[in-house]
Design a protein around this ligand. Structure first.
Ligand code: ADP
Length: 465
């Protein structure tokens, strides 16, 4: 509305105050042009026709005199009371004489002036021009009324009033329309967002409206999905962790009571029970350590301790930990190496990744109990794969396995898990700038992989998962 008012104000200033002045100077320019044409017609001897046409077309009175002031030709289209016509009728030449004198005083060839003709009660423009051509010399007088200009101006002013009213109404309607279309969806989205902020995850951001609002509601809907996912995972985590904490605690309590009441005097039994208590305590500290580790990794408070080491040595040393499991539980765990490579990474953290991948493969390998660790050398990277022939992971769950707190259905485990293993791996690999991922087919098994870069750049871009 302010913009409309500004435009109208400008229109009014220009049309109302400057139009008449502008028209007048345009008319004077016109007259000057006409005088040029007439003089060139005079030199060609065609002045009579040209004068008739000009006087008729432009409502003018045109008079040509010789140097002494005798009228040689005249044409009038202004009526009998124009200045020059009066001069002609009473042969006084009074007005013509006056203006000729002024021209002489001005020492120019052409003079124009605006006068108020009391006879016809309107303003007129008078032009006087001295000319010298090969066909003769003399004076040219032109008289024209400014009236047509005034009537045009008054028409334009009238129209301006209508235009102002129409534009105001249109602007008002458009303003209403726009504000409804622009603000209504935003008001609606704000309402939904407030509900969401107060904890109602059932709300839906589905504003269609114009493009930006559509996009905003899409972004909010995605954010809502993410937040509700994290919320659910958090609740799951608390449930999982409390369960995982309770089981070993129950065991510790039960065996401690057993030692107190029954096996305290039997060294063999007592040692066996104490062994279980120690194992369970280890489990507990493992869980707590994992939680701490993840929170440290996620907050970015961990600096990697880089060193160069042989990949073969690393994997073989990790595998020695599983000898007992291979012997006692019948697992078939083997390493299929490629040519050895020296890699640059945090050895301890890389251990953790390998342990997690292998532990998961053991836990989820099902009846097959076959686990393969493969090394595939690439030009500038080494790919390590840990595969099992277990039940695999469904397509829907696949994108979630690296998520914090995500844990699949419960399985009987040969190695303790906390549900945080893969998210710790993810953070470690991300920090190294190594690509990683998982391929899995339900019923056929899974392959978890990561790629160690051989020539890591100083600033690594985030790896693609
Ligand atoms: P945890 O194994 O302690 O539950 P992880 O973060 O290591 O936690 O793994 C998250 C989930 O990913 C697991 O609960 C399981 O559902 C799934 N998963 C991980 N590795 C495998 C695998 N090799 N085969 C099938 N499922 C797997």
């Amino acid at each position: 509305m302010v913009f409309t008012v500004l435009i109208l104000l400008l229109l009014w200033v220009f049309q109302y105050f400057f139009l008449a002045r502008y028209y007048r100077s345009a008319r004077i320019r016109d007259m000057s042009n006409i005088s040029d044409k007439l003089i060139s017609a005079y030199s060609k001897g065609d002045i009579a026709n040209e004068m008739k046409r000009m006087a008729f077309d432009n409502s003018m009175c045109i008079v040509v005199t010789d140097t002494s002031g005798r009228v040689s030709i005249a044409e009038n289209n202004l009526g009998s009371i124009s200045y020059f016509m009066l001069d002609l009728m009473n042969s006084s030449g009074y007005n013509m004489h006056l203006i000729k004198q002024e021209l002489a005083e001005s020492r120019k060839d052409e003079l124009t002036k605006i006068v108020k003709n009391e006879n016809i009660k309107s303003e007129e423009i008078l032009l006087c021009r001295k000319f010298e051509t090969s066909a003769g010399s003399g004076y040219l007088y032109i008289e024209a009324s400014v009236d047509p200009v005034d009537s045009t101006v008054s028409i334009i002013r009238q129209q301006l009033i209508y235009i102002t009213i129409i534009i105001f109404e249109l602007a008002f309607i458009i303003t209403l329309f726009i504000s409804k279309r622009l603000s209504a969806p935003i008001v609606h989205i704000t309402g939904t967002a407030k509900k969401f902020a107060s904890g109602d995850f059932s709300v839906k951001f589905e504003e269609k409206g114009y493009r930006e609002v559509g996009e905003l509601s899409e972004v909010l809907e995605n954010a809502k999905d993410e937040i509700s996912k994290v919320n659910k995972l958090r609740t799951d985590l608390i449930a999982n962790i409390s369960h995982d904490l309770r089981t070993p605690l129950t065991m510790v309590k039960a065996y401690a009571e057993m030692i107190r009441d029954l096996s305290g005097d039997d060294p063999e039994k007592r040692n066996e029970h104490l062994g279980i208590i120690i194992d369970e305590a280890d489990r507990l500290s493992n869980l707590v350590n994992n939680i701490l580790e993840l929170s440290k990794l996620e907050s970015g408070n961990i600096e990697l301790k880089y060193s160069d080491f042989s990949l073969h040595d690393k994997i073989n040393s990790v595998l020695t930990r599983y000898t007992l499991l291979i012997e006692q539980n019948g697992y078939d765990i083997s390493f299929e190496p490629d040519e050895d490579r020296t890699i640059h990474a945090d050895a301890e953290k890389l251990d953790q990744v390998l342990y997690n991948f292998i532990n998961n493969a053991i836990n989820y390998s099902g009846e097959q109990k076959v686990i393969r660790i493969r090394q595939i050398n690439r030009e500038d990277a080494v790919r390590i794969e840990v595969s099992d022939n277990g039940k695999g992971i469904s397509k829907e769950l696949l994108p979630k396995v690296f998520d914090r707190y995500y844990r699949g259905e419960k399985v009987k485990r040969d190695v303790v898990g906390t549900g945080l293993g893969l998210s710790i791996c993810k953070e470690i690999l991300k920090k190294h700038g190594f690509a990683f991922g998982v391929q899995s087919e339900e019923g056929k098994g899974s392959t978890f992989w990561f790629e160690v870069r051989l020539h890591p750049a100083k600033e690594l871009p985030a790896a693609k998962v």
